[in-house]
Design a binder for this molecule. Sequence first.
Ligand code: SF4
Length: 302
Amino acid sequence: MGPKRRHRIRKAILQWYGTCGRELPWRKTKNPYRVLVSEIMLQQTQVHRVLQKYPQFLRRFPDFPSLAHGRRSNVILAWRGMGYNNRAVRLHLLARQVVEKHHGRLPSSYEELIQLPGIGRCTANALLSLGGRNAAAVVDINVRRVFSRVPFAMDTTADLIPEKVAWTIAEELVPRGNAYTWNQALMDLGATICTKSAPKCGDCPVAKFCSSRKHMRPIRVRLSRSEPSYGGIPNRIHRGKIVEELRRLNGKGGITRETLGKRVLTKYTSHNEKWLKGILAGLEKDGLVKALGKNGERISLA
Ligand code: SF4
């Protein structure tokens, strides 16, 4: 992509964002902790759900020290409704590391950020672009979709360029001094206009630069890969149900494995015990639950 075309695409997207960008609370702050919490929440949860939970979580844990010194079980409780509970554990660990190793301040270099639990390239760059000085690109699935469709003629709405290529384009396009706004604009464009299966090309600010607009065929997104399951239900869902059952105890002790099994599986019997033990072992390893009592017969949040 030549410099002139790059400039025109940037200008069109930024202008569109200026009038059509979503008003989201984490865009009104430069507080690294608040932005970090939003970034972690948005990794695997949709914006409308994050909008509900974000203020509640921040009221409970307003900064790194309050989160670092909070009990793990309370952090998991506050994560209720977000799904993918491992993120709560990683965020808790991250806050502890920030307090213990970085005097309560989020480090400012990519190398240090990437060492923290739960922070990958995308989140590290989003945080680096916050100050406005770093030309740090971000590629999430929304950005990848835009960078697939604009420069390359995609056959169907399910096609995407390799992630590595998307990063190269992102780094080429990110404007120095305005990276944060640019990254937010791209994510909004992918989330609201250049959507997965029904892009609104008629409303798109870069329609005239887009190589896919005319010939791309809508197609249902391929079914997700198979995942470990039990009784036809993915273990991921069972894990979520177990954590939710333990949340209901509100920090009051634990419950027996058998009671937990009966609450999670409608027809729980001793035949299911081996499976349940395996799931609980995984949750314990991930720091989400703990076994109580001499023989570990009671289970509670970690
Ligand atoms: S014109 Fe359509 S396919 Fe191309 S970037 Fe815009 S919304 Fe996406």
